[in-house]
Write a protein that binds this ligand. Sequence first.
Ligand code: GSH
Length: 225
Amino acid sequence: MSAMKLYMTPGSCSTGIHIILEELDEVFEAYIVNLPAGDHFRPDYVAINPKSTIPTLVRPDGSSLTEVQAIAYWLARSHPRAGLWPEDIEGASRLIEIMAHVVGTIHGHGFARIFATDTFARHPADHDSIRQLGRDIIEKGFAILNEALGTKDYLAGAFSVADPILFYVEFWADKTGMALPDNLLAHYRRMLARPAVQRVLREEGYNPATLGLCRSDATGSTPAP
Ligand SMILES: N[C@@H](CCC(=O)N[C@@H](CS)C(=O)NCC(=O)O)C(=O)O
């Protein structure tokens, strides 16, 4: 048995997993995968994760686990005393539903069209419209999540592994100047106030004090004066 290894890229979806590990006070080794440099296609990384995606968690028995939701679930279930996963079937199903929506739709169909536009259309003339489609998908997704969260502090009421997953797309919205509806903005700021989240952001090169200053309105999020 050895320490877990998290293969991650600062400011990416792996930030959600990094936060879960920090919240669990888990000892792990962090390995930075430089996506722009193509590190994820190097044979040594492909041997760990043939999908060439981040995050990858290499567990104490040496086996790799990929996919954000699967890693979040495994971390929660292997630390039952932390209480980061609901015990009831309805609560657990709702968290799976939300994480799938965040990772599959808001990230995979929405932000991916903005961050990796050229993987959706070969011709640069199409890129603006692809990016706009991405923004539309994100806006619709955020409206649905805003209703699901309601006025609860966290998605399951109490903090769970789904909150850092929601956090990473809220963080991307902030960084790209997109509006967050009221309940999500309150959730994002609540997450930013957590000491573990602040530690992760600093470790990944961000200043938490400069985040969460966006405001929620119908015309789009703009920095607060
Ligand atoms: N479905 C994957 C998505 C992960 C993903 O798209 N990660 C991005 C970074 S946020 C990535 O690895 N991009 C590199 C690539 O796809 O080439 C998961 O849940 O882990």
